[in-house]
Design a binder for this molecule. Structure first.
Ligand code: GLY
Length: 350
C-alpha cells in the first residue's frame, strides 16, 4: 500500500478488497465503469469478478486513443451518465489507460459538480504516471491536457494482470516514464529494468509510484518540485502533438515521444547544466536500444517550435525546461535558446 494525501494506492487483491469496502462504506447509489473498447474487451472480464456489490453497475464505453481525449467525448460521457440516472452518490470507476483515467477523472470532477471516482489503470504508463497524482483533463485540439482539474481519486487499484493484455510497444511506452524517474530520482531503476523480462515487474512499478507519489505529496499543484516530472516532456509533447496532427507522420505513442524528448533534453543538460558527456551517452544509448528511431526532418522544426510556444510550463513567452546537472540532480525552469533546442534535435537525429 502507498499512502497519498487524501487517498491510497493498493495492489492486486488488496486493491479489490479496498474497492469493495469503499463501495459498501459510502453507500453509493450506482457504479459507472468507464472503459474504452480495448479495456472493455481485455480488462473488464478480469476486473468484474472482483467487484462484490449489489449496487447497480453500468458500463460506459468510449473510443480508444488520444484523438478521443477531448470535450466531445466528455460530452458523450456526461450525457450517458445523465441518461443512465447517475446522481451525486454515484461512483465512477475509470478502468483503462491514461486517456480513460485522465478523462474519467475530469468527467467525474465536473458531473453534478463532482462525484467520486476510482482509478484502475490498465497500462504501464497509467500505473506509474497518469493515474497517480490528481491530474485529470483532456486535450484542446492537439494541445495536450489544456483543459482539466487537479482532483484526486478516492482510491487507486494497481494490478499488473492487466499488463498481460498489452503489446510490447505499449509496455515500452510506459517504460519511458520509469526511465524518467530513474534519471531524475533513482538511477538504480535503470539496472532494475535491465534485469527483468518484458519490463513488467511489480517492484519496479511500486518503486516508480512511490517516487511519483512522494513528489506530488510535496507539490500537488506543480508550483515547483512537480515540474521535474516534465523532464523530457517539453520537446516530447511538442513532437507528440505535431506527429498526432500531421497525418503524413507515423503515429507515436506518448512514451515514444518522451523518449525522444529525454535524449534532446539530456543533450541540453550536457550543454548548459553540467551533465557529463559520458552520462549523455548512457542516456542516448540506453533509450535508443529500447525505442525505435524516429526521423525528424528540418522541415518539421518550425511546426515543433509552434507547439513548444504553447507548453503549459512557459512563462512570459519563454520556454522552461527541466534539465539534469547529473543523474538524480536537476534544475527547474531552465531557459534555452532556440538554436540550442534545434541542435538537440539534430543530436537526436545523429
Ligand atoms: N505526468 C506528470 C505529472 O503528473 O505531473
Amino acid at each position: 500500500m502507498i499512502q497519498s494525501s487524501s487517498y491510497s494506492i493498493h495492489f492486486q487483491l488488496d486493491g479489490y478488497k479496498k474497492l469493495n469496502e469503499l463501495i459498501s462504506k459510502n453507500t453509493y447509489s450506482s457504479v459507472f465503469i468507464l472503459v474504452d473498447s480495448n479495456s472493455f474487451e481485455k480488462c473488464y472480464v478480469r476486473f468484474i469478478p472482483k467487484l462484490e456489490t449489489n449496487v447497480r453497475i453500468e458500463i460506459i464505453e468510449i473510443d480508444p486513443g488520444e484523438e478521443f481525449k477531448n470535450l466531445d467525448t466528455c460530452y458523450g460521457v456526461w450525457e450517458a451518465l445523465t441518461e443512465l440516472g447517475a446522481d451525486r452518490k454515484s461512483l465512477l470507476i475509470a478502468l483503462g489507460g491514461g486517456v480513460i483515467t485522465d478523462l474519467g477523472g475530469f468527467v467525474a470532477g465536473t458531473y453534478k459538480r463532482s462525484i467520486d471516482f476510482v482509478n484502475i489503470p490498465t497500462t504501464l504508463l497509467s500505473m506509474v504516471d497518469a493515474a497517480v497524482g490528481g491530474k485529470t483533463g483532456v486535450d484542446l485540439g492537439v494541445l495536450k491536457n489544456q483543459i482539466g482539474l487537479f482532483l484526486n481519486p478516492k482510491l487507486i487499484v494497481v494490478d499488473p494482470v492487466y499488463l498481460e493484455t498489452l503489446d510490447k510497444r505499449e509496455i515500452k511506452s510506459g517504460l519511458a516514464e520509469i526511465i524518467k524517474y530513474a534519471l531524475t530520482f533513482d538511477i538504480s531503476l535503470l539496472e532494475d529494468i535491465k534485469n527483468v523480462n518484458d519490463y513488467v515487474d511489480i517492484e519496479i512499478i511500486e518503486k516508480s509510484i512511490q517516487i511519483k507519489n512522494s513528489i506530488v505529496i510535496k507539490d500537488p499543484f506543480e508550483k515547483n518540485l512537480r515540474k521535474v516530472l516534465n523532464f523530457g516532456h517539453t520537446i516530447g509533447h511538442a513532437v507528440e502533438s505535431y506527429f498526432l496532427e500531421n497525418n503524413k507522420k507515423e503515429s507515436l505513442k506518448h512514451g515514444e515521444a518522451i523518449a525522444i524528448g529525454m535524449i534532446c533534453e539530456s543533450y541540453l543538460s550536457h550543454k548548459i547544466c553540467g551533465l557529463t558527456e559520458d552520462k549523455l551517452t548512457i542516456v542516448k544509448d540506453y533509450i535508443s536500444s529500447i525505442f525505435k528511431k524516429v526521423t525528424i526532418l528540418d522541415s518539421d522544426l518550425e511546426f515543433i517550435f509552434e507547439y513548444l510556444k504553447h507548453d503549459k510550463k512557459n512563462t512570459a513567452g519563454e520556454i522552461n525546461f527541466v534539465l539534469l546537472n547529473d543523474f538524480e540532480k536537476f534544475e527547474l525552469d531552465c531557459k534555452v535558446s532556440t538554436d540550442l533546442i534545434k541542435e538537440s534535435i539534430y543530436f537526436y537525429n545523429s
